[in-house]
Write a protein that binds this ligand. Structure first.
Ligand SMILES: [Cu+2]
Length: 128
């Protein structure tokens, strides 16, 4: 009886752990519950089927960046592989904070298959 109870508990714990891992966002998810740095550069991003539109594409290196993303339609992701940023988007506003942008040209992509125009969801910006 004790045996059954113990293994029943372990099985339940395992199920919880698997569920938590499965529904969580990935490790690179830049959570919107971080405080926004005072000196941040704000970039407004509009995502829709099937594009990203940024209100600025020239940013300053070394100054935190906050992407204020308004997803107009569809489920997408806002992913910048070379900056280790990936956030799943659903309609509404969400934000991504990038604390230490380094100089370079960056590409934003959607990594969630969102439909026929998915591969067109690419935008670039520069950090100088
Ligand atoms: Cu997509």
């Amino acid at each position: 009886m004790k045996f059954i109870l113990r293994y029943g508990f372990l099985a339940a714990l395992g199920a919880i752990l698997i569920a938590a891992a499965g529904c969580g966002t990935n490790a690179a998810d830049n959570s919107s519950n971080q405080p926004v740095p005072d000196n941040a550069q704000i970039v407004n991003v509009e995502s829709s089927n099937f594009k990203f539109v940024l209100d600025k594409t020239e940013l300053q290196a070394g100054t935190p960046v906050v992407f204020e993303i308004n997803d107009k339609e569809g489920n997408h992701s806002f992913s910048i592989a070379s900056a280790n940023i990936s956030k799943n988007l659903s309609p509404g506003t969400q934000k991504v904070i990038w604390n230490q942008p380094k100089a370079g040209t960056y590409t934003i992509r959607c990594t969630v298959f969102c439909g026929s125009g998915h591969s067109n969801m690419v935008a670039t910006f520069n950090v100088k």
